[in-house]
Ligand binder design. Structure first.
Ligand SMILES: Cc1cc2nc3c(=O)[nH]c(=O)nc-3n(C[C@H](O)[C@H](O)[C@H](O)COP(=O)(O)O)c2cc1C
Length: 156
């Protein structure tokens, strides 16, 4: 079963998650930090690599996970916690990273490593700049990319 899991602070990743889950007809779940923080607080925490915060989320049923989350400096603590807690263990994961545009590649590669370290298997990723979100979601390309990633990397 396929499932979309997202964390979003300003709504971009949530928008991507909603459109993907409706397009692929799959369940959607949210990662929520227990404590809401202001932008300056998150910004400070985002500079600390590997830091987590307490989060809640619904039980994950899917074995193919589309994980949508934002690019935050060096670290997005709610997502880091979610991964470090072993929620993606044994699951195949496609990451969609929303960003403003500043150095998203190395960040995404680091998250792929973190997922693998905690037992998940990354089948692919896509970085989406906030200003391109609507155009990306209007075309079929991203949905096809997700489907292809899951169908071509089976069994390892
Ligand atoms: C704390 C914080 C740090 C951010 N750091 C970066 C960054 O380093 N590079 C970048 O391109 N965008 C950065 N952004 C912008 C977000 O990645 C971008 O606005 C994204 O679309 C937000 O996704 P969301 O609406 O799902 O939260 C940052 C945003 C926040 C709140």
């Amino acid at each position: 079963m396929r499932e979309v899991i997202y964390f979003s602070y300003t709504g971009t990743s949530e928008k991507i998650a909603r459109v993907i889950s409706s397009h692929l007809n799959c369940r959607m779940g949210q990662i929520k930090p227990i404590r809401n923080r202001s932008y300056p607080e998150w910004l400070i925490l985002s500079f600390i690599p590997g830091l987590g915060v307490k989060v809640v989320h619904e039980g994950i049923e899917g074995h193919e996970i589309i994980l949508c989350f934002p690019k935050w400096t060096f670290n997005c603590p709610p997502v880091t916690s979610f991964i470090k807690s072993g929620n993606l263990k044994g699951r195949r994961v496609f990451m969609i990273v929303a960003c403003g545009g500043w150095r998203p590649e190395s960040y995404t590669v680091r998250y792929a490593g973190l997922i693998e370290k905690h037992g998940g298997h990354v089948v692919g990723w896509r970085i989406v700049k906030k200003k391109h979100v609507d155009a990306v979601l209007e075309s079929n390309e991203l949905f096809e990319e997700v489907k292809n990633a899951f169908s071509t990397v089976k069994g390892d």
